[in-house]
Structures are given as structure tokens and as C-alpha cells.
Design a protein around this ligand. Structure first.
Ligand code: ZN
Length: 726
């Protein structure tokens, strides 16, 4: 079983300065960025693959050009390690408001090939219920204009019909010609006028039927379902005619277990052996379980009739409560970014497991548009609490930390005046771009980082703007610099705010870094009228009492400690998301242990069409016993690595025993159990986590025992509740 994470530019600054909240390089193109696979090593990376959607890639022209030129494994930014498989799909969620998917089949195959991904997915269209009595009307946004907008649509229409407005593509794929010729190949889009929407709903919909700017469907679900299947047929034909380097997966849709089941039967008939359940992201656990159960039963039947194996992916689903069903229904892969995104989309954003979740402590930046004085105040409030939190984590005196910060902050302002007087006309400040001048300034002025940290980015930015304008021949009035610095100085006089109270507590208790002491600082911060986070304090109490970052062994928590439990900016929040993903993955591996069955290669593997052919022919009894086992992965091993059961036969085979042993050892680093089929009972290697099994049934028994499943493991489907529309 593999867990994939969708790729949405989830990267952090590899050398971020947490103490000063500074990026390592202000130029994004020159910054070293780390994705989740860069932060963890081979053994501990908490994902088994990456899901890359075309919609996401097309979000940025630069990214699209880059990854289609280099492929995802050689792309200088993504740089996905070659051992992580990749799935690419079109990203149906992104065009859900269009009447048709925006992509054509031929183009999709080319796209996957240029990305060099492991698996490409057929073009699906989300089956969405409309919830309205008369179905769904799609309108081309390009035909709406200031004289006739969406809000001008008659209310009787919008009450009875689900209206979806979206900018339509300039060119539709060929399939559209068959479904709706009136919208295909339209060269100019005339704007809608009021007359287009006059009359009864019946009249309007009648007109829309032939209108090149509209598509009306009474039963839109059914059409989306059919489009998805039709695409699967068409792309399969193109795929079979060509020579492609990726595996093709059929995504299928439905609206209840039966329609999903029927769609599955169709795509299996088309020859697909990797299928993907689409459209369940965000659905209730129970609904997904029913669909997965139905699909699992049909897959089991197909596998038994054809003595083959089917891989199934569940798109956008990774609820831990559903693991049991997912495993028993023989799903092979899932994907989700919900635990990653949960790190910055609400409370309970620091996860230890599905039961223990904590609120990260919000330390806010000044907001854009804040007055200079407010910006400085927010920064200083933030610094006081940040220094206190770090002292609390280190079990040092909180008052000492606050005092030494404050002393340094004051020093910055003193030295700054001298620096500016002396250097404001330096050549280094003649650059045109603010970014370049900021870089020069923060490196040349020895407190350039601290200035920003303590007194806000706003203060530094204003000074940098003055430096840019200031010229020896036409000097800026120095009072302009002083006015900014004096604002900072005046605000600084009101700080530090809590140090005396903390000191008193330290003296009376004879202890440092107690909960009461940190609470004094945090409560002062959260209840400040500029912050107003009192409502979050209850959550913070639990976080600080439990110190969850000390209970996590991920490299992020180990290296950064409490910073991970602070809600502040991409570099903390996204790292916390990576940590959440790691915690999720521990549970995933616990509930669905990672198991790999390896079968030794011999020279008869050479020249086979598929690895499956080798397995079913050379090891007939074994294949019969294990072709339908749940959760475990199956492959054939030679010194080049593991060739998965579905792959084409390798074009070269190496039987070098040292190479084989090394590959086996490397693989075992990522699996809970590696079962090596050893019919002669020779146990040729001595590797700790590898078990040698000489009987086919022994492998099957071993897998089911490890999972705690009975021999008839498929989940029960007699308690099926009919799905409501979703
Ligand atoms: Zn962690």
C-alpha cells in the first residue's frame, strides 16, 4: 500500500533564519528550497509517492515549461528522488465548473510522457449532483460583461437550475464535438444580453440548448459519468497504439456504490489493471467505505476469474478510520494533503496522532497597511513572546532571554543612526530593485536582520526606500531617516512588558521556565488589543502543558523544537505540515503495515512481455496463492532492483548476488516486512528484516496474519445504505 502526497508547491526555505524570520535569499529563484522528500532521508520519508496534477502545473507558465522540459525527476526545483513513484492526473477538481474536461486524450498522453511520471491517469469529470430540480446550466464567463452579469440572471432560473459560470477554454477537445456541437469551434463569443434570458425558464433553457455560450443538461451526473468512461476508452486505444514509458490508470466516477461498481467493470473490460476511484474527496467516511467495499468485491471477483491482480487508487482519501476497509478491500494506494494543509487552515493544527492534536501558538506579523507605529508594536510584542517561548523550550530563564533581546534591540537603533550617516551614499545602494538594496543593507549593516525582526519589515523597507532615493549630489534630508527611527524608539520605550512579572515569579519559585512564567508572557501577548487572540488561549494551555514537539522524533521537531508549534509564516507552518504528514504516515504504517513480497529473478525473466507473465508462468503455484493478497506489494528482484508485478519485462537482468543483496537491504529500509520467496529453502542472504518463506501458501498466511485479517478478508457489504447525492 502506497501513500501519495499531491504536489502543490509545498516547499520551504532550506536555510531559513528562524530567530530573525529571514529568508536565506530574497530572490526566490536563487533560494534553495526543500520539499518533503528533501527533509527526510530514504528510510523516513513519510510518503511513498507524489501526485502531480496538470491543473496545478499549469498554474504557472514558468513551472509548466520547466517540468515538461526536464520531467519531474530531473526538474531542478522539484528534484523528486528516483525511488519515489509519481502519478499524474488532470486535476478534475480544477475544472469542475466546466461542462467538459478541458483536456484532450492525445495531449494528455504527451503531457505524461514529457513529465516522465510512473503513472498517468485518464481524463475524468467529477460527478457532481446539482441539488436543483431542473438540472444544470453552464455559462461561458467570457459572454458575461458589465451590462449583463451573473446577478442579472432571473431568479426563477437560478432557483430551479444549478448555474455554473466559468471561463471556457478557447479550444475544446474533440469529444465536445460529439456531445455539444454548438459550443465546439466557436471563434468569437458574443456577450449575453437581457433578451437571452427573457421569458419562462422553459423558454430560456430551450434557447440555451443551441447557444454557443451555454450548455444545459437535465441529467448532468449521467453525462459526466459517460464522458469519464468515453475518455477511458479513447485514451486506452491511443495508449495501446503508442510506446509510452508510463503506466495508464483509469479514473472512474459514480454517485453510489452501484454506479461506481458498474464503471469499474467497464474499465476492467477495457483492459485497465490500475484503476482509480475519483470524486470521493471530502465525502463522508461511511459513503467512501461503501463505495470502496463494492469496488473491492468486484475486484476480488475479477481477480479470481482472470487470475490477475488489480491495483486500485483512492483519490483524495486518507481518513485513518477508513484504513481497515481500505486494506480489506484491497486498495493499493491513496493520496491526501489534508494533514499537510491542516497545519495552517485552522485549530488543532499540530498533530501527534488522530486523537492528540494541538493548537500551534499564533505569533502574528504586522499586517500590510498597518501604520508604522502599529507595525513596530506588533513586531516587538511578537519578539518578546518568541524569545520567551524559546527560553521555555530550552528550560532557561525567560526573563533573561527577554532582557537580552531588548538590550540588543535598543543597540540596533543606536548603531543604526551612525551607520546611515556614514553609509547612505555608498555605491552598494545605487541598485534599482528594492530587493537588491535590501539584500545589501541586511548584509552590510551588522544588525540588519535584527532590525527587521524587532522593529518590523516595514521599518527596514522604509529605510531601504530612502537609501535608494538618497544621492550624494541630491541628498535626502537626514531627518526623514530619523523620523522612522524615532517612531521605533518611542514604541520600544513601552517594552519589555512582562519581564518584571516573570522575574518576580522566578524569584518566588526559585525555578525558571515554569508554565506560570511562560503563561504570563503569552497571556499578555494574546490579550493585547493589537492581537486579540484571547479565545485561543485555552488551546495554547494544552499545547504548552503537553510539550508535544518533545514527543516527536521527526527531524523537524528534533531540530527546531518549539518553532514547529508556532503558527507563523510558511517556513514554520509548512514544516509543521510535513511533521503532520510524518505523524499520519506512522499511523498509516501501523494500521496497514508495509509489506513487500519479492520473488527471485532468473534468466527466464528476460524477454517476457510482463513481470506478471514471468510470475504466473515460472511460479504458477505462488502466483495462484498471492495474486490477490491485500496491502502487500509484489515484485521480482534482481540486482537492478524490484520490478513490480505489473511492469513490462526488464530489458536487462543482473543476477549478481552482491547487487541483489544490496538492493534487498535497501528496500527493506522502507518496509515493515519483506517476504522473500525461497522455494529451495536456501536463505541466500542474511538481512535482518527479510523473512525467507519456502511455501506459496506460507507467504499468503504470513501477510494475512500480519494484518490480522481472516482468510475471507473482503469487507462485509450487506449493510449498505443508499447514498444520498453528494
Ligand atoms: Zn515532528
Amino acid at each position: 500500500m502506497k501513500f501519495y502526497v499531491p504536489e502543490w508547491e509545498d516547499a520551504v526555505d532550506a536555510r531559513y533564519d528562524f530567530v530573525h524570520d529571514e529568508l536565506s535569499n530574497l530572490n526566490k529563484q536563487e533560494r534553495e528550497r526543500h520539499f518533503i522528500w528533501d527533509i527526510f532521508d530514504y528510510e523516513t520519508t513519510p510518503i511513498d509517492g507524489v501526485l502531480i496534477s496538470r491543473e496545478q502545473v499549469e498554474d504557472s507558465r514558468r513551472k509548466y515549461d520547466r517540468v515538461t522540459e526536464h520531467g519531474v525527476y530531473d526538474d531542478p526545483q522539484l528534484n523528486i528522488p528516483d525511488w519515489l513513484p509519481t502519478i499524474s492526473d488532470c486535476g478534475a477538481w480544477g475544472y469542475k465548473s466546466l461542462p467538459f474536461p478541458r483536456y484532450g486524450n492525445e495531449g494528455m498522453l504527451q503531457f505524461y510522457e514529457s513529465l516522465d511520471v510512473t503513472v498517468g491517469v485518464t481524463i475524468d469529470h467529477l460527478v457532481l449532483g446539482s441539488g436543483k430540480e431542473k438540472g444544470r446550466l453552464y455559462l461561458d464567463e467570457r459572454a458575461l460583461n458589465p451590462d449583463f452579469t451573473e446577478s442579472d440572471l432571473p431568479i426563477e432560473l437560478t432557483e430551479q437550475v444549478d448555474v455554473m459560470v466559468e471561463e471556457w477554454p478557447v479550444e475544446w477537445p474533440d469529444l465536445v464535438k460529439r456531445y455539444e456541437e454548438s459550443v465546439y469551434d466557436v471563434s468569437t463569443v458574443e456577450p449575453f444580453i437581457h433578451d437571452d434570458f427573457e421569458g419562462t425558464v422553459h423558454d430560456i433553457l430551450g434557447r440555451m440548448d443551441e447557444d454557443p455560450r451555454a450548455v444545459y443538461r437535465e441529467d448532468d451526473k449521467q453525462i459526466r459519468y459517460e464522458i469519464t468512461l468515453e475518455n477511458a476508452v479513447e485514451i486506452r486505444e491511443l495508449y495501446d497504439e503508442g510506446d509510452w514509458s508510463f503506466r495508464l490508470m483509469a479514473a472512474f466516477q459514480g454517485w453510489d456504490p452501484t454506479t461506481y461498481g458498474e464503471a469499474l467493470d467497464d474499465v476492467l473490460q477495457m483492459g485497465y489493471r490500475y484503476v482509480g476511484i475519483g470524486g470521493v474527496a471530502g465525502s463522508q467516511l461511511e459513503q467512501v467505505e461503501e463505495i470502496v467495499t463494492e469496488v473491492g468485491h468486484r475486484i476480488a471477483q475479477f481477480e479470481s476469474e482472470h487470475e490477475t491482480r488489480i491495483d486500485t487508487h483512492v483519490f483524495g482519501f486518507a481518513k485513518t478510520d477508513g484504513f481497515e476497509t481500505i486494506g480489506r478491500a484491497q486498495m493499493s494506494s491513496i493520496d491526501s494533503a489534508s494533514m499537510l494543509r491542516a497545519a495552517w487552515t485552522g485549530g488543532n493544527n499540530y498533530h501527534l496522532n488522530s486523537d492528540e492534536r494541538f493548537d500551534a501558538i499564533r505569533v502574528r506579523y504586522a499586517a500590510p497597511g498597518d501604520d508604522l507605529e502599529i507595525a513596530v508594536k506588533k513586531s516587538m510584542l511578537g519578539q518578546e513572546v518568541l524569545h520567551a517561548l524559546r527560553a521555555f523550550d530550552d528550560e532557561d530563564s525567560i526573563s533573561n532571554h527577554i532582557r537580552s533581546w531588548y538590550t540588543e534591540a535598543n543597540l540596533v537603533l543606536d548603531v543604526l543612526v551612525d551607520y546611515l550617516e556614514e553609509h547612505r551614499h555608498d555605491e552598494r545602494y545605487d541598485a534599482r530593485l528594492l530587493r537588491e538594496i535590501t539584500t545589501e543593507f541586511r548584509d552590510d549593516f551588522e544588525h540588519g536582520y535584527e532590525l527587521q525582526a524587532s522593529f518590523s519589515d516595514d521599518v527596514r523597507k522604509r529605510l531601504v526606500k530612502l537609501l535608494r532615493a538618497d544621492d550624494a549630489d541630491d541628498p535626502t534630508d537626514f531627518d526623514e531617516y530619523l523620523s522612522i527611527i524615532n517612531t521605533a524608539r518611542e514604541v520600544a520605550e513601552g517594552f519589555p512588558q512582562t519581564v518584571e512579572r516573570v522575574e518576580a515569579l522566578e524569584e518566588s519559585s526559585g525555578e525558571v521556565a515554569t508554565f506560570k512564567q511562560i503563561w504570563t508572557v503569552l497571556e499578555n501577548y494574546a490579550s493585547s488589543e493589537l492581537i486579540e487572540d484571547e479565545d485561543l488561549l485555552e488551546g495554547y494551555r494544552k499545547t504548552l502543558r503537553s510539550r508535544p514537539w518533545e514527543r516527536c522524533d521527526c527531524p523537524i521537531c528534533e531540530n527546531l523544537g518549539i518553532e514547529v508549534a508556532i503558527f507563523r509564516g510558511n517556513n514554520r507552518n509548512r514544516r509543521r505540515g510535513f511533521h503532520n504528514t510524518y505523524r499520519f504516515y506512522q499511523q498509516f504504517k501501523h494500521d496497514l503495515p508495509k509489506m513487500l513480497v519479492v520473488v527471485p529473478a532468473d534468466s527466464s525473466l528476460f524477454g517476457r512481455n510482463t513481470v506478471e507473465e514471468y510470475l504466473s508462468d515460472r511460479y504458477e503455484d505462488l502466483w495462484e496463492a498471492i495474486h490477490d493478497v491485500p496491502v502487500a506489494e509484489i515484485g521480482v528482484l534482481d540486482a537492478n532492483g524490484v520490478h513490480e508485478w505489473w511492469e513490462a519485462g526488464p530489458t536487462s537482468i543482473s543476477l549478481d548476488p552482491i547487487g541483489i543483496s544490496e538492493e534487498l537491504e535497501r528496500k527493506s529500509g522502507r518496509y515493515d516486512t519483506v517476504l522473500y520467496y525461497d522455494p529451495e529453502g536456501e536463505t541466500p542472504f542474511d538481512i535482518d528484516s527479510v523473512e525467507f518463506v519456502d511455501k506459496p501458501q506460507g507467504i499468503r498466511d504470513r501477510i494475512l496474519k500480519r494484518l490480522g485479517y481472516e482468510s475471507d478478508f473482503t469487507p462485509n457489504r450487506d449493510v449498505q445504505i443508499q447514498l444520498e447525492e453528494f
